[in-house]
Design a protein around this ligand. Structure first.
Ligand code: ADP
Ligand code: MG
Ligand code: ZN
Length: 623
């Protein structure tokens, strides 16, 4: 790993209040147990006659009268022990006592009798000691907090010590992140683009000779999990220049101005260390469009963004500071950030294609033990639409599965099973499903498969199963395209909608309209989405022609589309959607009706086997 300066440590767990409570308890104990015995000698109570006797024997030194209790309190000496005494109640013969006291002129009468033996000690104990004690606690906890803040939040709330420190992790040049371009599979265009940046940092002269300027900023955009952060780390590993890495959210601060201060600090450090690379991950956290009128904006974020824009203009491209950023919401970024001179290069990091998926699978498969005859082509084909992160997860799941089953290497079936686990959730072997429901699920799935198989241009069925999944699916039919599909024709979309309605159609055909089940809810959702997109986004109907009726919001985050048309048009679109789905549904029903015998046969077979492969299915179908 690269050496990481100011890495984060886990904070101490006990909060300050914990120590305060301990101090409080100690003080209470001291008060209750130690102080009184130090401060006060126990008072001895004696009878009145003994008091008089002690006066006679010259054992009394001072006497005072406590009016509230009617008792005498006096200091006496017995066997060379000075103690405080109390008499019983004052009897009504004051004359006699006075007489007696007069006979002993050395007794101080009416003197204030001290109840505390040592005034200095008591002063220290009651005043000085607690003050010192609390001062010490305060001092210690302050030091502790200081240390904790330094460790835990560089430049965070510990503003007293590190106001405005950027807190970026700095990967030092000669150490290695351990990640290189070889670890990033599939993203060839992105790699090429970034390699140029790395090359520039290695040999700036080559570029300067021609007068070529390096882009100041490179923005990596793409869906989550496609390897943007990984690519940036690979650049750090290859570049052998200092690499500052910080996440956009780390600039977001509670106090206005702190984020901007961090940006300043980051670029100051970067300028000192140039040539170097600054990487801001998830830049949308600070780079969002500034407020365009309307309600009050977010001052702090805008200030931070303004500071970033200013810094980007400020630094000298020739000096060799390259800003790298990643986001999966490029459409939300402020246009000022994207103009040439700031992030002038935009590198798309898209979901991997067939070749890319195979490459990513194989990169990650290097880390696990396999039995050596896994067909990665098949796996790659069955994972259309999966991101790099999901593929990495699939490999890991398959290794876990092998361990679970006590094998020492991963086999093809492990990987296939984990593809399904990642797509549809783990098998729920414990689920109790009644025979009747199982039968419904079997007909439903065969319904999908049959409709798909009887239409030309549908992707071939590769697997049908009625083993329930933790995702809630009670069964599913897997269709995998032979090659990589980038385009879809109108006919294929309509066929797909028909296939989606096939499950419900089978239920209706076999069990009757009244007995249709909720099992088709997911199919319905998908079919509706497809039908709507066909009209509003793909422009495939005569009625609306090639008019964009919907705009997609977050293209990389699977965002919803929002309608961009009159209410009138919207209701017409709804009508067309219903029409398309109805037609598809009828078509599916008709196909199944024509092949009812096959439907029964296949469903029975599936019920028995629970899982059948595409080949088995085709063989039975064509027999
Ligand atoms: P993001 O684009 O969301 O930043 P990451 O870079 O964090 O995605 O990727 C997450 C993980 O997915 C990586 O650590 C890596 O294991 C895996 N991964 C993603 N894309 C690739 C790829 N192209 N090659 C190899 N592994 C990848
Ligand atoms: Mg990332
Ligand atoms: Zn279904």
């Amino acid at each position: 790993m690269h050496e990481v300066v100011n890495e984060k440590r886990t904070p101490p767990k006990k909060p300050f209040i914990f120590y305060a409570i301990i101090a409080f308890v100690i003080i209470m104990l001291l008060n209750a147990l130690v102080f009184p015995s130090l401060m006060k000698q126990s008072v001895v109570e004696v009878g009145y006659d003994q008091f008089l006797e002690m006066i006679d024997q010259d054992q009394v030194k001072e006497v005072s009268y406590d009016e509230s209790t009617g008792q005498f309190v006096f200091v006496g000496e017995e066997d060379n022990n000075t103690r405080i005494y109390k008499t019983g109640i004052w009897p009504d013969d004051g004359e006699r006592l006075l007489q007696q006291l007069r006979e002993h002129p050395d007794i101080k009468f009416e003197a204030q009798i001290p109840t505390q033996t040592n005034p200095l000690l008591s002063f220290i104990l009651t005043w000085i000691f607690p003050i010192l004690f609390f001062f010490l606690i305060g001092e210690l906890s302050y030091r502790w907090m200081q240390k904790r803040m330094k460790n835990q939040m560089p430049g965070g709330m510990g503003n007293a010590m590190s106001f405005g420190k950027s807190g970026a992790k700095i990967y030092v040049a000669d150490a290695k992140t351990g990640v290189t371009f070889a670890d990033v599979a599939g993203q060839d265009e992105a790699k090429e683009s970034l390699m140029e940046v790395v090359d520039f940092l290695h040999e700036p002269k080559k570029y300067a000779a021609i007068g070529a300027k390096l882009p100041k900023g490179v923005l990596l955009v793409g869906p989550p999990g496609t390897g943007k952060t990984l690519l940036a780390k690979a650049v750090a590993g290859e570049a052998s220049v200092p690499f500052f890495s910080i996440s956009g959210s780390e600039f977001v601060e509670m106090f206005v101005g702190m984020g901007a201060a961090k940006v300043r600090d980051l670029f100051k450090q970067a300028n000192e260390k140039a040539p170097c690379i600054v990487f801001i991950d998830e830049i949308d956290a600070i780079g969002q469009k500034r407020n365009t009128g309307g309600m009050g904006g977010n001052d702090e974020r805008e200030q931070t963004l303004n500071q970033l824009l200013a810094e980007m203009d400020g630094f000298d491209g020739q000096k060799g500071v390259v800003l790298l950023a990643a986001t999966n919401r490029p459409e939300s970024l402020d246009p000022a950030l994207l103009r040439p001179g700031r992030f002038d290069r935009r590198v798309p990091v898209e979901l991997p294609d067939l070749q890319g998926r195979k490459a990513i699978l194989m990169v990650h498969a290097k880390d696990i033990h396999t039995d050596g005859n896994i067909d990665w082509d098949i796996i790659a084909r069955s994972t259309a639409g999966a991101s790099g992160a999901e593929l990495a997860n699939i490999i890991n799941e398959s290794a876990l599965r092998a361990v679970r089953e006590g094998r020492s290497c991963v086999s093809q079936s492990d990987v296939e099973e984990s593809v399904e686990t990642v797509i549809a959730g783990a098998q729920r072997k414990s689920a109790v499903i009644s025979d009747h429901e199982k039968k419904i699920v079997a007909y439903h799935e065969i319904g999908h498969a049959l409709v798909a198989a009887k239409q030309s241009g549908s992707a071939p069925v590769t697997k049908i199963t009625i083993v329930p999944r933790t995702s809630g699916a009670l069964g599913y039919t897997m269709q995998v395209d032979q090659g990589e599909r980038l385009l879809m024709s109108r006919k294929e979309i309509l066929n797909k909608i028909a296939t989606l309605t096939g499950g419900r159609s089978a239920e209706e055909l076999i069990f009757g309209k009244d007995n249709m089940t909720t099992g088709a809810s997911n199919d319905i959702e998908q079919a509706t989405k497809l039908a709507r997109a066909l009209i509003t986004r793909y422009g495939m109907t005569d009625e609306f022609d090639m008019v964009a009726l919907e705009t997609v919001q977050n293209q990389y985050l699977g965002g919803d589309a929002s309608l961009a048309c009159a209410a009138d048009t919207a209701s017409k679109i709804d009508e067309r959607v219903v029409e398309i789905i109805k037609t598809a549904h009828e078509k599916a029903f008709k196909i199944l009706k024509e092949n009812e015998m096959k439907l029964h046969e296949l469903a029975r077979h599936l019920l028995e086997k629970e899982t059948i492969t595409g080949d088995e299915f085709m063989e039975l179908l064509n027999r």
